[in-house]
Every structure is written in structure tokens, then in C-alpha cells.
Design a protein around this ligand. Structure first.
Ligand SMILES: [Zn+2]
Length: 540
């Protein structure tokens, strides 16, 4: 090593040391940065009264973040509720431990149990501050629904789902022991105390976990509503909650679908939700008795309102099919920053059916791998309209992150694409579409297919679709069974809905899926029949 190289080397070393100590100082001050994926439903600007589903990634400083654990009592008056808390608690304790490790403030809030904790060291920070400015912002309201909204279900007997129903009461004495209370944690069941602690510590982000979404989680003095009133950035961790809903009450769905309906409600009217995977990097929690099939909706397009129509479809499925619906979302844009990304794709690991409504996205190869892994595992696929060119981005799309591509193990400058998805999985042959026709496109049932299970409830005379007609002829699969064709004047008819057995499994594709198609009963039935067919649900 020459003296010059040596001195360069020393400079480099000094730089590294200085840089490292700067980083340490920063992490000591605010803790780690946590990346959270927030799911929310906001009013549509295109369709009055409708909601769209959106995803937003936020980077939070752990030191500005708190988790409130709501009413995870040792015992509930409802036996079923107690059992579910017991089942969820070990997983929740892991999530809490990981968050605490990162520097998140943990607040234990077992309501009505402060007497039990009066000498606990964590009670001291819990009751240390009571600011008038905080008290002034808090409101009341446990059981009224939000203004302009309606509860998604009714309950009887307090929402107890046991038979016979349990007798109500207040048997709780403390938080369930499975959840550890450690140094630095706080105990309080007061919104003023919790809010004041947050003000004092500069906490801006609050995650609620615990039970029950339609009661205490939303309505307690430290609950979602009051944390929103305090101006906190509030999120419900939706896989770490439960609901008091009994299946004997409207809309007569399973207990777990009641929980899902409540998540929808909260995302629409109260605050976003997230899942524990952001802390654990593992699959989200699911109750053992929640055996509902999981449908993963993967949507990323900016032309056909998939971010409105698919959640509406998922809601119908919740009510009629007792399934569990999850969303992986890309931004609903056709151009511009953030187009080539889809978040939450880890739901595919757990899915029994995936519905794709994606248009010309390139992805980090790691993410595209998750999609490939799902599809090549042989699990079923539904493709809607632009799905044929889901991953056929035009041109080379540069990666934002330069350098080594973690999935490929080598340097890569471009995002990955999969233009063969159309041929290989759907059996399609997308080559653009015809122009808009006045009076729409004539959709007909292929002769001989009238009795096919996918066409149950479809008008045998056909129907009119308002969208443009996609060119897909000839299909590129010998095992595709065409069920519907589309016709416009002066052009050959085109396949618009088919079932394809590809080399991995089953796929159903339709080039229909314009936002107005979802108003047509025949189209709605095709979509529901497709889910029934692929999940082998016996129709009721
Ligand atoms: Zn009960």
C-alpha cells in the first residue's frame, strides 16, 4: 500500500466512523424509521356517494409513534370473546415486542382496571400528565355511528356469538398476562392521560390494537375517534382486532366477516388501517376458526375505476359468499411518478384466488416474483379487462433504487415485466381495441354454452356493454373455452369471456369490466359465478 493510498484509506475510515456516529446519534434521538402501508377508503371524485380504496406508504420515526392496546382483558363476559383474546394475545405480544424494540411507545389501556395497576411502575408515566388543552379536544361517544354513516351490521345480546348467548357483566380485572408490560411502557385508560403523554413526548402517530372495533377501539376516551380529534395520525392495525358481532343478526354473516365489515367502515369513516406485517415481515394474524377463503384483489390501473368497482364487488362477496378479501394496490394513474409499483402483494402468499385488474405495470423483480409464485403455484386467477396487459409496460422502465436487485442477485437498471402473462396464464391475445361505438358493444352467449355454470343468471339473449371491444382473436390457448363474444358492426366477432386451463391451473378472463359494466346484472353474475367456480363454492 503506497503512503498516498494509505492516507486515502485513513480518510475513508474516518469518514465511515463519523458517518456511523452521526447515524447512531440520529437513531437514539428518534428511533428507527418504520415504513407503514396504510389502507383507506375515500369518497370518489367521479361517482357521487361511492368510495375508492387507496394505499399510502408513510415513513414514521419510531420515537414519534405509539401503540395503544385497547381492553385486552384477562376475562370478558362473553366466552367466545375471551377465547379470541387469548388466541390473539401471544401474536400481539410479539408485534408489541418488535415495535418496542424499534423505539415505539407502548400504552396498555385495559379500561376499568387502573386500581389493579395503581402501584405498577408503568402506571406512573401513564398518569403523569393531564393537559387542559388535550381535554378540550376530546369528545364522547361509544356506540353512535359516524355522521352520515350506518353501522355495517346489527347486534343482539351485546354481539355475543355463543349459543346460548353469554350473560353480560364486568368480570375483567386486568390485562391478559400474555402481553408483557415492560420498562418504558405506560398504563392508562384515560384519553386525557394518553393524549397528554403523547403531546409531552412529541408523539404524532398512534396505532390502535385490541378489542372490540365496534365499541371500545372506536369509542373509548383513548380510542380511534378521540385520537383523530387530538390531531394524531391514527391507524387501526386490522389483524390485531376483534368485533362484537353475532351471526344471528343482520346481515347474517360469519363473526369474522362482521370483523371485515367493521374494517371497511373504519377505513371509510374514521381512519386508515394497516396490518402487523409492517412490523413482523410475516403473514398477518388470522383466527384459527376463520377458515374463509382469501381473495386477493390486485389492482393498479387508471382508466376503469377498478379501485371503486373491485372493493364494491368484494363487499358483495363478503355479504353473500363469506370470503375474506384483501387488496394489493397500485396508484390509479396512467402516467407519472409511482405508477410502476404495487403495495401489499404479500397477501398473495395466503390467497386462495387472485383477481387482477392491472394495466401496463413494471415492478421490482422481487414483487413480480410474488405474483409469479402465486400464479405458478396452480392457484386460480381471474383477469379483468386490462389484466391481459397487466405487466406489459411499454419500453424499459428504470428502477428508482439503483444497484443490486435483491431478487436477481445482480445489478439491474430496469424494472421487471411479464408480457407473456396474457398468453401463458390467460390464453389471450390482446392486440388493442376497436374505437368507441355508439350504442355499445353487443355481447352474446356462445351457442351451446347457455347452461355453463359461469353463465348462470346471464341473459341468454345477451346484453350491451358500454366499453370498447378488445381484439383478442385468435386466442393462444387450445384449452380456452369461450363463453361470450362481443360484436360491433362491420367487424368479426371477438371472444370477450373465456375459461382457460393453463399449465398451472385455472384462469377466467373477461375483457369486459368498464365501470358501467358493473351495473349490468348479467355481468355481475358472471363475476360472482367466476368466484364460485374457482373456489368451488356451492351456490346458495
Ligand atoms: Zn359469548
Amino acid at each position: 500500500m503506497s503512503p498516498k493510498t494509505l492516507s486515502n484509506f485513513s480518510v475513508l475510515l474516518i469518514c465511515i466512523v463519523l458517518f456511523a456516529s452521526a447515524v447512531t446519534a440520529k437513531t437514539k434521538e428518534t428511533g428507527e424509521i418504520i415504513s407503514v402501508s396504510l389502507q383507506k377508503r375515500i369518497p370518489s371524485e367521479l361517482d357521487e356517494g361511492a368510495f375508492i380504496i387507496v394505499n399510502e406508504i408513510q415513513e414514521w420515526k419510531a420515537g414519534e409513534t405509539a401503540i395503544i392496546i385497547c381492553d385486552m382483558w384477562d376475562k370478558h363476559w362473553c366466552k367466545g370473546a375471551t377465547k379470541r383474546v387469548t388466541e390473539m394475545a401471544p401474536f400481539m405480544n410479539d408485534v408489541i415486542s418488535m415495535a418496542r424494540e424499534k423505539g415505539v411507545q407502548i400504552v396498555h389501556a385495559p379500561s376499568d382496571c387502573m386500581e389493579y395497576y395503581k402501584d405498577h411502575p408503568a402506571r406512573k408515566p401513564g398518569k403523569k400528565y393531564k393537559f387542559k388543552s388535550v381535554e378540550a379536544k376530546l369528545g364522547e361517544g361509544m356506540l353512535e355511528c359516524e355522521k352520515g354513516a350506518e353501522w355495517p351490521f346489527k347486534i343482539s345480546g351485546g354481539g355475543c356469538d355463543d349459543k346460548p348467548q353469554c350473560e353480560t357483566g364486568s368480570p375483567w380485572t386486568k390485562q391478559i398476562e400474555t402481553i408483557e408490560i415492560l420498562d418504558g411502557d405506560a398504563i392508562t385508560d384515560s384519553g386525557i392521560e394518553a393524549g397528554s403523554l403523547f403531546m409531552k413526548k412529541g408523539i404524532k402517530n398512534v396505532i390502535l390494537v385490541g378489542v372490540h372495533t365496534n365499541m371500545c377501539v372506536i369509542g373509548r376516551s383513548f380510542g380511534l375517534r378521540n385520537m383523530v380529534r387530538l390531531g394524531m395520525n391514527v391507524v387501526l392495525m386490522r389483524d390485531m382486532t376483534d368485533t362484537m358481532y353475532d351471526s344471528a343478526s343482520w346481515p347474517y354473516v360469519s363473526h369474522f366477516t362482521g370483523n371485515s365489515l367493521m374494517h371497511e367502515y373504519i377505513e371509510k369513516y374514521v381512519c386508515p388501517t394497516m396490518v402487523s406485517s409492517d412490523f413482523t415481515a410475516h403473514k398477518q394474524f388470522r383466527f384459527e376458526n376463520d377458515t374463509r377463503p382469501v381473495i386477493a384483489f390486485v389492482t393498479a390501473e387508471g382508466e376503469y375505476r377498478a379501485n371503486q368497482r373491485l372493493p364494491e364487488f368484494a363487499h358483495d362477496l363478503l355479504l353473500t359468499r363469506d370470503v375474506n378479501c384483501e387488496f394489493a394496490l397500485g396508484r390509479p394513474i396512467t402516467e407519472g411518478e409511482g405508477r410502476h409499483n404495487i403495495e401489499n402483494l404479500q397477501i398473495l402468499r395466503d390467497a386462495d384466488l387472485a383477481v387482477f385488474f392491472v394495466r401496463r405495470r413494471a415492478l421490482e423483480s422481487e414483487k413480480l416474483e410474488m405474483i409469479r409464485n402465486y400464479v405458478t403455484s396452480g392457484k386460480p386467477v381471474i383477469g379483468v379487462r386490462t389484466a391481459s396487459h397487466s405487466f406489459a409496460a411499454r419500453g424499459n422502465i428504470p428502477r428508482v433504487e439503483q444497484g443490486i436487485d435483491p431478487a436477481m442477485g445482480r445489478a439491474s437498471s430496469f424494472l421487471s415485466v411479464w408480457p407473456e402473462f396474457d398468453e401463458e396464464i390467460l390464453g389471450g391475445n390482446y392486440q388493442g381495441h376497436y374505437g368507441q361505438i355508439n350504442g355499445g358493444c353487443d355481447i352474446s352467449v356462445v351457442p351451446g354454452m347457455e347452461e355453463h355454470p359461469l353463465l348462470k343468471g346471464v341473459d341468454p339473449e345477451g346484453f350491451i356493454s358500454p366499453g370498447t371491444l378488445y381484439k383478442n382473436k385468435p386466442l393462444r390457448s387450445e384449452r380456452a373455452q369461450v363463453l361470450l363474444t362481443g360484436n360491433i358492426p362491420g367487424q368479426p366477432s371477438e371472444p370477450v369471456c373465456w375459461l382457460n386451463r393453463n399449465k398451472y391451473g385455472m384462469a377466467i378472463y373477461t375483457s369486459l369490466g368498464h365501470w358501467d359494466d358493473w351495473e349490468i346484472e348479467s355481468f355481475q353474475n358472471i363475476m360472482i359465478n367466476s368466484v364460485d367456480y374457482l373456489l368451488e363454492i356451492k351456490s346458495k
